[in-house]
Design a protein around this ligand. Structure first.
Ligand SMILES: [Zn+2]
Length: 222
C-alpha cells in the first residue's frame, strides 16, 4: 500500500507542475476597437500568438503586440469583428480561420459597404478542433446571432464572440440571425458541465457557470 502510494505521488506532482506551467505561459491581451468597441484579443500560449476578431483599426495594435503570430480566428463574420482580417493576413503572412457559414459576410457587408473584403484560408466546420503544434483550439458552433457564430476554446478559456456577453446574449434581429437557432444554442450551452472564463466580443469577462444561470430566462424571452 505504502509502496504504491510512493509510486503514484511523483506522477501527480509532475502533472500539477505541468498545469501550473501551462497557466503561467498563457497570456491574453485585449483592446476594444472602433465605434462598436469590439474586443480584439491576442492570446499567447507556448510562445505562439493567436489573434481573435481583428476589428476596425486593429492592425497597428496587433503588430505592436505579437512576437510569433500563428493564426487569426473569427468568432463570426460581422464587419466589426473581421475588418482588419485581410490587412493582417498580408502583413503577418498567417492563415485566417472563419466559421464556414459566415464566410460570405467577409466579402460583402450590407451594413458597411466599405468593409475590406477578406478570404479565409480555412473555412471552419461546426465544432471543428485544430492542433497548433500542441495547442488545441476548438470552435464550438452556437448559431443564432449569425449562422456561423462560434465560441473559440483555447486552453482554460473561451472567446464567446457575440453569443454570450456578461449578463446578456447577442442580438437575433440581424440579417442571417435566427432566434430559433439561438434557443437551440442556449440549450446546448446549458449542457456544458465544466466552467471556464468567457471573453466576449464586447464588454468584460464572465464565466460559463455565471451565464448558465440566465440561460432559461433568455430561452423563455426569445
Ligand atoms: Zn456580431
Amino acid at each position: 500500500m505504502l509502496l504504491s502510494l510512493a509510486r503514484i505521488k511523483p506522477r501527480f506532482l509532475k502533472r500539477a507542475q505541468n498545469q501550473l506551467l501551462k497557466r503561467e505561459t498563457m497570456q491574453i491581451k485585449v483592446q476594444a476597437m472602433g465605434d462598436y468597441q469590439t474586443n480584439c484579443y491576442i492570446v499567447t500560449i507556448d510562445g505562439k500568438d493567436f489573434i481573435i476578431d481583428p476589428g476596425v483599426g486593429a492592425t497597428p495594435w496587433v503588430e505592436q503586440n505579437v512576437k510569433n503570430p500563428v493564426a487569426i480566428f473569427n468568432t463570426h463574420g460581422h464587419f466589426d469583428h473581421v475588418w482588419s482580417n485581410d490587412e493582417l493576413q498580408k502583413k503577418l503572412n498567417i492563415p485566417l480561420y472563419t466559421p464556414k457559414d459566415d464566410v460570405m459576410m467577409l466579402q460583402d457587408s450590407s451594413w458597411m459597404p466599405s468593409l475590406p473584403p477578406s478570404t479565409p484560408d480555412v473555412e471552419v466546420k461546426p465544432d471543428e478542433e485544430f492542433d497548433f503544434d500542441g495547442v488545441k483550439v476548438k470552435f464550438h458552433h452556437f448559431p443564432g446571432h449569425s449562422g456561423g457564430t462560434s465560441m473559440i476554446e483555447i486552453g482554460d478559456v473561451m472567446f464567446s464572440g457575440d453569443f454570450i456577453f456578461e449578463r446578456s446574449i447577442g442580438r437575433t434581429d440581424f440579417p442571417y440571425s435566427s432566434p430559433k437557432d439561438m434557443k437551440a444554442s442556449l440549450l446546448k450551452f446549458k449542457k456544458f458541465d465544466f466552467d471556464k472564463t468567457l471573453y466576449p466580443g464586447h464588454g468584460g469577462t464572465t464565466t460559463i457557470k455565471q451565464e448558465q444561470a440566465y440561460s432559461d430566462y433568455w430561452i423563455q424571452n426569445l
